[in-house]
Design a protein around this ligand. Structure first.
Ligand code: 13P
Ligand code: SF4
Length: 335
């Protein structure tokens, strides 16, 4: 089995020079065919990467695609926990990610030792964790959820079942407000991108576009959720734009990569990225997601590196909580 090289372990990705004039899109498509590989891309990737992917989706859709693919190699154009989820669900496949530095501030806000201690001190609580977590956190979890199914999964559990929800405080508090489960214990983690949106700037935009609908991801803070017309996962927000031909203007309070699919589905509509608090930082772009480039995808596919590696014992423990999510989602008919 090929393992990650010293260069990858040091830098996180391969930086082999690429011959000038290489048609990266054509070469990537050729390599995919030659190696029976698929590219799974999250909605937060650059448009050009979404367009070369075999499957584009949100976390839940991509987990399902990873579990069912017949390909030999899965190249994950997304962040590390997503590639790890693919490896957990498809252990016999080679799973590669073009840059191991593509992490996630939300996953980082839940260190394993602290979460393990928290779980241990509440032995009568069922643990629900958002998919934006490391394999180690998944192994400490009973049921994984994503923003597409978190509400329904919590609602499907007996009202008297005590719950821990981690790691996203905003999604957790949103679920509390929707389910009335005031005693649910919520881990104090967050995503730096979704906590950056400016209420003031969105309200200013609403003055400029009074008919605009505000579409908000549940990882956003409460004041932003309170002015939302729709709160949902990236795929739910995308679906809303497709289902409302009568609307012209949308303010998008989530990572701006999703606008690529919104525009493709509705070329004549106006999608305005919700501005961040610091208007100069461009921080409604996830810097981790944007580490993935066409050049890195090309090298990654060509050399089949960096690979996601995982101890089998950890994989098996983590798999149980993801399988629980997929089973409940299928039973509830969640897309
Ligand atoms: P989705 O579940 O909507 O794909 O969100 C994933 C994510 O990373 C949000 O920041
Ligand atoms: Fe993680 Fe936030 Fe980036 Fe999503 S947008 S991958 S939660 S850092």
């Amino acid at each position: 089995m090929v393992s990650n090289t010293d260069e990858i372990l040091e830098k996180g990705f391969l930086s082999y020079p690429i011959e000038e004039g290489t048609d990266l899109v054509a070469e990537i498509n050729r390599l995919k065919k030659e190696k029976n590989a698929v590219i799974l891309a999250h909605f937060y990737q650059e448009g050009v990467i979404q367009d070369i992917a075999d499957y584009v989706g949100d976390s839940l859709q991509l987990a399902r695609a990873a579990a069912s693919t017949k390909a030999d190699i899965i190249l994950f154009a997304g962040v590390h926990f997503m590639a790890e989820t693919a490896k957990i669900l498809s252990p016999d496949k080679k799973v590669i990610i073009p840059d191991l530095n593509a992490g996630c501030s939300l996953a980082d806000s839940c260190p394993t030792a602290d979460f393990a201690e928290f779980v241990k001190s509440h032995p009568d609580h069922l643990v629900i964790s958002y998919v934006n977590t490391t394999a180690e956190i998944k192994a400490l979890t009973d049921i994984i959820c994503t923003s597409s199914n978190a509400l329904q999964i919590v609602n499907s559990l007996p009202k008297d079942q005590k719950l821990i929800f981690g790691p996203d405080r905003n999604l957790g508090n949103y679920i509390k407000s929707q389910t009335g489960r005031e005693d649910m214990l919520v881990w104090n983690g967050a995503c730096h991108v979704h906590e950056e949106f400016s209420l003031e700037a969105i309200l200013d935009l609403k003055k400029e576009y009074p008919d605009a609908k505000v579409l908000v991801h549940p990882e956003c803070e409460k004041p932003i959720r309170l002015i939302a017309d729709v709160i949902g996962s990236t795929s739910a927000l995308l679906d809303f734009t497709k289902e409302h031909p009568e609307l012209d203007n949308f303010i998008i309070a989530t990572e701006s990569g999703i606008i690529h699919q919104m525009k493709k589905a509705n070329p004549d509509k106006n999608f305005i990225p919700a501005p961040p608090k610091d208007s100069t930082c461009g921080c409604n772009d996830c810097n981790f997601m944007k580490l993935i480039t066409l050049e890195k995808i090309y090298n990654s596919l060509k050399y089949e590196l960096p690979v996601i590696e995982m101890e089998e014992e950890l994989r098996v423990k983590a798999e149980k909580s993801i399988t629980a999510m997929l089973d409940i989602s299928n039973k509830l008919g969640i897309k």
